[in-house]
Design a binder for this molecule. Structure first.
Ligand SMILES: *[C@@H]1O[C@H](CO)[C@@H](O)[C@H](O)[C@H]1NC(C)=O
Ligand SMILES: *[C@@H]1O[C@H](CO)[C@@H](O)[C@H](O)[C@H]1NC(C)=O
Length: 357
């Protein structure tokens, strides 16, 4: 416990330092706008009005969030929220579902819980906004911006300066490939083929992001899905800390995604893509890593039991529910994506560098 605490304290000092630096520098955000695509790791309320089991607009989600329950799948801020603060945005980027004309100038968050690269991913849970539909929504936002700014040259230049964060792909495993009784992907593809097929489809979507004006794009690799409490409970670990075959499958995807970043950067010389390596950033620290257990009480599907009491010391828990990191983990992930600590954290740029390009 002592060693764990001292590790967390060191981490706190680091985080506080970065927050101090970004406050001192603050005034103007590093970039004029910030757009977010992805799944429940970044969703800030887009699923609240949808018919789906994948919603987090109830207590104890949001227990540590300044505005309380909003639909975030964690106790506090998401990785996307914290990166927005590090970029110097004074307010959280609004969810697409409720963003007003006054708000969309600084960006929009399209993230949707249970959404995937593939259209069908997450469908057994209900409605969701797949990556393809998020791109259609982005097109709508651009039309709104064109009308509001009333100068196409200006809007085109403006969109090039924004940061675009994309965090998607986990549900193509968790809510697709890993559920063979509902989805056919695991009988159609080997894990190698699936990683290749997913990254191929993702690459088309990223070309659309580029064609819609993006030039600074950060792509989050997938986290260690085999270490999530829900998958550990479901599959068992054979005495290991995590479900290794799931992590191996996810690694294939991450390796392909990193190669895609090289390919996109050489194909589009006026754009910069970067890969965020969650395996490197969330590697267990110290000799006694924190256990892979959730903070809240879980329902069968891995989400928090509505109105249940979560754990008290939430700054010492890696996971909030069966799948989602706690705010303290999100803070670690966001700060190391923003300013990398290890050379393997980001490739080839961290987000602070991407913002300055
Ligand atoms: C439109 O925006 C461009 C780029 O900012 C600017 O140079 C130009 O003067 C603007 N045109 C009008 C009519 O305001
Ligand atoms: C991510 O970082 C780890 C080191 O922690 C490394 O082993 C792995 O190859 C990296 N993944 C990619 C896709 O670069």
């Amino acid at each position: 416990m002592t060693r764990e605490l001292s590790l967390f304290y060191r981490f706190f000092i680091f985080v506080t330092l970065i927050q101090v630096i970004s406050t001192v520098v603050a005034g103007e955000p590093q970039v004029p706008c910030y757009f977010i695509f992805g799944d429940s790791l970044v969703d800030s309320g887009n699923n609240n009005g949808l018919t789906t089991a994948a919603k987090a607009n109830y207590w104890p989600y949001g227990i540590d969030f300044p505005q309380g329950v909003r639909g975030r799948f964690t106790n506090g801020r998401t990785v996307a929220d914290i990166i927005g603060q590090l970029l110097g945005f004074p307010k959280f980027i609004p969810p697409y579902a409720t963003a007003t004309d006054q708000e969309i100038n600084t960006g929009v968050n399209y993230g949707s819980g249970s959404a995937g690269i593939r259209e069908e991913s997450g469908s057994h849970l209900g409605n969701r906004i797949s990556m393809d539909r998020q791109l259609v929504n982005h097109q709508t936002t651009i039309s709104r911006l064109l009308a509001l700014q009333n100068n196409k040259t200006f809007t085109d230049e403006y969109l090039k300066k924004c940061i675009y964060l994309v965090n998607i792909g986990s549900n193509d495993y968790i809510n697709n490939y890993l559920i063979p009784i509902i989805y056919t992907t695991s009988s159609t593809y080997t894990v190698e083929q699936y990683a290749a097929v997913l990254v191929q489809e993702y690459s088309q979507q990223l070309k659309t992001v580029y064609n819609l004006g993006a030039r600074k794009i950060a792509l989050f690799g997938l986290g260690q899905i085999g270490c999530t409490p829900a998958e550990i409970k479901r599959f068992g670990t054979d005495g290991k800390p995590c479900v290794e075959w799931i992590n191996d499958a996810v690694k294939l995807f991450n390796d392909e995604l990193k190669s895609l970043v090289d390919e996109l950067n050489s194909d589009y010389l006026d754009a910069r893509f970067t890969f965020i390596n969650l395996t490197s950033i969330s590697a267990p620290q110290g000799d006694v890593p924190l256990p892979n257990v959730p903070c809240c009480q879980l329902m069968e599907d891995g989400q928090c039991v509505p109105n249940s009491s979560p754990c008290l010391v939430r700054d010492l828990t890696v996971f909030y529910d069966g799948f989602h990191p706690s705010e303290i983990s999100n803070t670690l992930i966001a700060t190391r994506s923003y300013i990398s600590v290890s050379p393997t954290d980001t490739y080839p740029y961290d987000i602070s560098h991407l913002a300055r390009l």
